[in-house]
Design a protein around this ligand. Structure first.
Ligand code: KG4
Ligand code: ZN
Length: 364
């Protein structure tokens, strides 16, 4: 038995609290690295998420002031519950991670001030995490993925294709020049009288629809840079909807199916371009990864899985509860940073805007 250099079994696991309040989900989670030498993945020991969907539904979108107040009301209890679920006391944590941006500044401040207070009182390292970086690293939490990989980050506020080369080392290969994909889903849903948030509603309606009834455009198809544009598609859909109004349920289903099919075609084309550019900045990717709320879309997941297969790549998308905003991804990004000694002090700012990836330099 190799007794001499076996790892010390008594070593206590690292436990990090993650706090997320950048948009309309209040979340607190506790994550620990999995056992074993060189292990990348994590174990989610508690993952508490409270959605504010009901508070914002009447407005068809997130109202910043309402969001901030709702975070204040529930965050302390949510953190207590996460600690309870994980069977830990504050003193037993190894770090306090919080999304310090980008996002709605009132909400970000609620999370950040709470995290700073806990870090100060319990004398724990503070980890001020970029929310987008946390989405980007979730595939390592769930699947132990090695760097580098191509990430499609698609949420209500962001749409980017990023070469993820290492912790803190990201190159943006493309992004949207107008609407984010999730935003486009939400706007189309609103236009068609569907509930908020629109993504899941549009997907549900699309299941029964005919994607070919309406000839909708595929903006940016064939463009050299892996950028997106969705406002033209949204406008084309509005014109079709107005042309045939009033809309029967069948019409709404066909419009949803047509819209979703167009988005999937555009994404697959943009990912193709990004895969080509990836080689110049990061070599050969280990996988194609989808993250952010839109990655919950089944049609998109299927198309990306097929595309990855054709390119000889693994396809990784987090389970649905880790696609949308959550505290576990913040805790995990905190663990990745803590391992590298990248802690923050109490002057860490709250940031409404916080780009996390370097811009791709124009290739010759
Ligand atoms: O990442 P996320 O939870 O929050 C941020 O925006 O940061 O993403 C929410 C977005 C919303 O726009 C929502 O409509 C979209 O993700 N979404 C979907 C689906 N589920 C959520 N879009 C398309 N299909 C879905 N199934
Ligand atoms: Zn998000």
């Amino acid at each position: 038995m190799p007794a001499l250099c076996s790892p010390n079994k008594a070593t206590r696991r690292m436990n990090v609290l993650g706090i997320e309040t950048t948009c309309d989900e209040t979340a607190a989670a506790i994550v620990a690295p999995a056992e074993g030498e060189g292990e990348t993945r994590g174990i989610v020991r508690a993952n508490e998420v409270l959605s504010q969907i009901a508070e914002h539904a009447a407005y068809g979108g997130v109202v910043p002031e309402i969001a901030a107040r709702a975070h204040v009301e529930v965050l302390d209890r949510l953190i207590a519950r996460a600690l309870d679920r994980a069977g830990l006391r504050l003193a037993e944590l190894d770090g306090i991670a919080v999304a310090a941006g980008p996002g709605l500044i009132g909400g970000v401040l609620v999370g950040l001030v709470t995290a700073k207070t806990l870090a100060l009182v319990a004398r724990k390292p503070l980890l001020a995490v970029n929310h987008l970086e946390a989405h980007a690293l979730t595939a390592r939490l769930t699947d132990g993925l090695a760097f580098p990989y191509l990430l499609l980050l698609a949420s209500g506020g962001h749409t980017q294709l990023v070469a993820v080369k290492g912790v803190g080392d990201y190159v943006r290969l493309g992004s949207t020049i107008d609407d984010a994909i999730g935003e486009a889903f939400d706007k189309v849903a609103k236009l068609l009288g569907l509930a908020y948030p629109g993504g899941p509603e549009v997907e549900r309606m699309a299941e029964a629809g005919d994607p070919e009834r309406f000839a909708l455009p595929r903006p940016m198809l064939g463009r050299k840079r892996a950028d997106f544009s969705l406002s033209g598609l949204k406008t084309a859909l509005r014109i079709e909807a107005e042309r045939i109004a009033p809309l029967a349920e069948r019409d709404v289903a066909d419009l949803c199916a047509g819209f979703q099919a167009a988005v999937v075609d555009v994404v697959v084309d943009r990912v193709r371009v990004a895969l080509r550019d990836f080689a110049n900045v990061a070599g050969h990717p280990t996988a194609l990864v989808a993250a952010g709320g839109v990655a919950a879309n089944g049609a998109l997941r299927r198309a990306l899985a097929a595309q990855a297969g054709e390119a000889g790549l693994a396809f990784v998308a987090p389970p649905l509860n880790l696609c949308g905003d959550n505290g576990a991804m913040i805790a995990w990004a905190g663990i990745e940073r803590l391992r590298l000694g990248l802690t923050d002090d109490l002057t860490a700012p709250a940031r409404a805007r916080w780009p996390f990836a370097a811009e791709l330099k124009a290739a010759g």
